[in-house]
Design a protein around this ligand. Sequence first.
Ligand code: GLU
Length: 471
Amino acid sequence: MNVKTRFAPSPTGFLHVGGARTALYSWLFARHNKGEFVLRIEDTDLERSTPEAIEAILDGMNWLDLQWDEGPYYQTKRFDRYKELVQQLLDEGKAYKCYCSVERLEAMREAQMASGEKPRYDGKCRGDHSEHSADEPFVIRFKNPQEGSVVFDDKVRGRIEIANKELDDLIIQRSDGSPTYNFCVVVDDWDMGITHVVRGEDHINNTPRQINILKALGAPVPEYAHVSMILGDDGKKLSKRHGAVSVMQYRDDGYLPQALLNYLVRLGWSHGDQEVFSLDEMVELFTLEAINKAASAFNTEKLNWLNNHYIRHLPPEVVAEYLAWHMADQNIDTTQGPSLAALVAVMGERVNTLKEMAVQSRYYFEDFASFDEAAAKKHLRPVAQVPLERVKAKLAALADWTPEAIHTAIQATADELEVGMGKVGMPLRVAITGAGQSPSLDVTAHLIGKERCLARLDQAVDFIVKRAAEA
Ligand code: GLU
């Protein structure tokens, strides 16, 4: 069988991590089976669907690099097709016009609730319509079978059986002529040749209804896999309260798509106790059966760990492309300064996110007029003046601006002055980076560049002299 899956978001907001995980599973299953993956935008809810949300979903999918083979299809462009099939069901007596008033339906609902029954349509309009005139408003309902049951073998949750008695006659076309959600999904899954429906468990109640409609249309019934919810670390449904939920927010916060995908695949799916999976490995190993039935709790610490892992282990040139976005986001002009790949290699182990990396890397590209106060107070004191002047002279004399040569110059200065390396190194660090923390000094100075380092050493000595004069 040629496997075909789909991701079918409703564009009512950004792409959230739960949706992204569903998309990933669906995509992986298609890729694993050398099948196809369809993107379908379920935009029939005209009031809640927005162009911005469509953009946001496409952005999220593109950033994650979950490429689709077909689509995006838009349900709003397929209304003629839905209408055609509603008519077919009507013609075949598998659907009927319902003229019940809102008041009648409401009263029935209340009575059912009051007597502890599940609210459901009673089928009044299944029968004779002769009393209704052509201009009366109506909806169209699907004639759900009244006997028997719907059984399906959910790939994640196992066998599920629902008695048809539990299901009422679903509205498939509203009084304004527009098709309803469940009907569109069914028609699309059929027309698009979807063989496996991977979606959130919030749709599990729709499945028996959809299967009945598929059967009425004479369409094949796909396999279903309903994926559990993602919870926050407090066990409640994941929401903004827990921090970022939008995929693009993770981009903004400095996560790599590779790390987020790896995190999401493990959040509800496992292969032994392996934690790190390249995309190729995911494709090779992914099965629907290994998806976890239980809900999974989001754990930012683990995501951070994975992000740090990918920052350090992906080729620096690859990480650098993502870092470039964050440098621009921080308004850091990187045209003059070290290559971003070199920066990634040096800063990688010090940060969990690319945003942190960008924020902490400004001094490689921009001069500064003031120092971190605490660092200056501690290290740019009068005793540091001579070490800074000496080390500057040695650095200025270097023909090769290599980390080794820089290291030797610092060491030689300390030896000459008969002080520890730190007495030279710490003032030097504050002088060239503006603060008390940086990667190893020789590499840092190397990346900042000779001219900039020498100028910053002058600035630090001036600072010391001026401060001494003021005291
Ligand atoms: N449009 C639905 C949603 O965003 C998904 C429907 C489906 O996958 O069948 O929740």
